[in-house]
Design a protein around this ligand. Structure first.
Ligand code: NAD
Length: 484
């Protein structure tokens, strides 16, 4: 459904049940032996072909995102470009990690460190970056030699299906990447618990992530190995505005970070922390800046705030706004939003205290809480005072304060004097810790290691009483798994 016009159908998807999920695990397991032995160069080329196809279909795929998940044009385009970047970046990284490496030069011994894929990977994605996150996790799993079950969110099945088309056109062999759409509560649960799933790559809410983390820790009869879980979850992100911050910069970036894509980015700003010294000056400019946002159907270029994803999200966010009205002061709410579709007016609360629900819980909508603090000490305490640690940042001109905040902010991604959203693959590896995630970094140099098992092979080469003068060239194929 189009969230801007819920009576408009964007596409139809099938809903897999347990039998289809079983079928897919078998297909992925059967394909693993051959795929795991396929040279990494071939696997890297597959990702690069997928990137070229995404590039060719860039505008068409962006358009589907505008309709299916209500992204404004520039955000939809950014999502497709991020998917392209993931494919190219992980292809490069696999070429770096692929060749076995001699651990040390020792006469009479050769020790090689190298990697094997883990097995069958189950990729579970959210709807808010329907192409980039699904593609990022799936391409990382594929390029490392795993076979993959790719489950898009229920709300973004069409985008997910189009990504599958892209990989099919790129020539992914049968069984290597398997598209499975259906309910998380049915097939998701079933496959997380499945004895033949070796790796789970999840991005989504804290509630579901913690359930997966727990469930994957249980060993089922017939299970071959410990399940590895990559778990990226939500945030309650904060920006501090220092007394000497450039207010034009601070306000522009804060408004974009809080209300871009309706506040439905995991990195979105939801707590703006102002030093009391410049509180009034910031508020004087923040409210008119919020009032200048254009809310409406994102099919129209220039709209910055579109609809939220579906009726459940719409109701949940409106409930939070009611909670906010009771807990704090409603300082601003946009007056006009389209009458049909799931449009929530951008909303700002002031007099928010750190222990209030609107300051602690992830709302995932266009709602910003403003907290007033005495000084930078208190600002840091408030910023760090939630169980999330995804994105946080500071606007300041003071070199001392910038250094202090860089060192002390608890967040996987810390941003100084810029927006706290918009991470770029390779340049800003992305992911949080605490209850925001397990500390993995999508788009970072170490990300692919999550999908691999390290292995070392040591040979005593002096058994004939001869010490080889030179270490022979080690051939890649000796070290890929033969066990399947
Ligand atoms: P969600 O947790 O509701 O769903 C995510 C995926 O999990 C979906 O594919 C869903 O079908 C599946 N799922 C649901 N229940 C399941 C279960 N019991 N077992 C297995 N799978 C199950 O999240 P969402 O609403 O799609 O996405 C929004 C959330 O994702 C927000 O909390 C946001 O902060 C977070 N997010 C985090 C990042 C990050 O990088 N840290 C990025 C994007 C989104």
């Amino acid at each position: 459904m189009n969230p801007s016009a819920p009576d408009e159908i964007v596409g139809y998807g099938s809903e897999a049940g347990i039998p289809e999920a079983e079928h897919v695990v078998k297909a992925a397991r059967a394909a693993f032996g051959k795929w795991s032995l396929t040279p990494f160069e071939e696997r890297a080329c597959l990702l690069e072909r997928a990137a070229d196809i995404l590039e060719r279909r860039r505008f068409e795929l962006s358009a589907v995102e505008v309709f299916e998940v209500g992204k404004p044009w520039n955000e939809a385009d950014a999502d497709i470009r991020e998917a392209i970047d993931f494919c190219r970046f992980y292809a490069q990284q696999m070429r770096r990690l692929g060749p076995p490496k001699l651990t040390q030069q020792v006469p009479g011994e050769e020790s090689y460190h190298h990697y094997w894929p883990r097995g069958v990977a189950f990729v579970i994605a959210p709807w808010n970056f329907p192409m980039a996150i699904l593609c990022g996790m799936a391409s990382a799993a594929v390029v490392t030699g795993n076979t993959v079950i790719m489950k898009p969110s229920e709300q973004s099945i069409i985008c997910g299906a189009m990504l599958m088309q892209v990989f099919e056109e790129a020539g992914v062999p049968p069984g290597v990447l398997n598209f499975l759409s259906g309910r998380g509560s049915v097939i998701g649960v079933h496959l997380v618990d499945h004895k033949d799933v070796d790796l789970i790559a999840f991005t989504g809410s804290r509630e579901v992530g913690l359930r997966i983390w727990q469930s994957a820790g249980v060993t089922r009869p017939g299970q071959r190995q410990l399940k590895h879980v990559i778990c990226e979850m939500g945030g309650k992100n904060a920006m501090i505005v220092d007394a000497d911050a450039d207010l034009g910069e601070a306000i522009g970036y804060s408004i974009y970070s809080a209300f871009g894509y309706q506040g439905q980015k995991c990195s979105a700003l939801s707590r703006l922390i102002l030093l009391e010294e410049n509180y009034d000056r910031v508020m004087e400019r923040l409210i008119p800046a919020a009032a200048s946002l254009r809310v409406g159907n994102p099919e129209e270029p220039g709209i910055m705030v579109g609809p939220v994803i579906d009726e459940a999200a719409y109701r949940r966010i409106l409930d939070y706004i009611e909670i906010g009205k009771k807990e704090a002061t409603l300082a601003y709410q946009a007056k006009e939003v389209p009458p049909h579709g799931y449009f929530i007016p951008p909303t700002i609360f002031t007099d928010v205290k750190p222990n209030m629900r609107i300051a602690r819980e992830e709302i995932f909508g266009p709602v910003l809480s403003v907290l007033k603090v005495r000084d930078l000490d208190e600002a840091l305490e408030v910023a760090n005072g939630t169980y999330y640690a995804l994105t946080r940042g500071l606007f300041s001109h003071s070199p001392d304060n910038i250094e202090r905040v860089k060192a002390q902010l608890e967040a996987g991604n810390v941003y100084i004097n810029r927006s706290c959203t918009g991470a770029i693959v390779g340049r800003h590896p992305f992911g949080g810790f605490k209850m925001s995630g397990g500390g993995t970094k999508a788009g970072g140099e170490d990300y692919l290691l999550q999908f691999l098992i390290p292995r070392v092979v040591t040979e005593n080469t002096s058994r004939l009483g001869l010490v080889p003068e030179e270490t022979p060239e080690y051939r890649d194929e000796f070290l890929w798994p033969k066990h399947q």
